[in-house]
Write a protein that binds this ligand. Sequence first.
Ligand SMILES: [Zn+2]
Length: 130
Amino acid sequence: MVVTQRQSEEEDQKEAMVGKCEKCRREMIRHEYYAGPQGAVDYDPERWGRSDDLIPQFPTLMGSMEYAEIRNSEEGRVCKECGHVNNLLDTNIWGWPRAVEQTRRVNAAHRAIVQAAAQADAKIAEEAAE
Ligand SMILES: [Zn+2]
């Protein structure tokens, strides 16, 4: 895998993951996405999470995970040029799914704590009124 990076000086931070055939080296997949961070013009809080998430998903991790899902699908593994069935991309060494899932769990736990605190506050207020 080759990583090429260029920081955009304009508003949009477009990124792409490109997969090439292991046998003929032709481009098989090009997955493009906007990876502007939270607060950037092109950042969409609903794209990979919820607007009330305590910890926003890191767009590059989500885009990379989407690429891996496409690349590891049955259709995504077969080269349209030479028919070679490419090996599965090992996402464990990159850690994208793990990082995305951990962020989801942190956000779900945060919402559960906020909800439990609101219920406890309501119960305390209810008991005080009795
Ligand atoms: Zn090929």
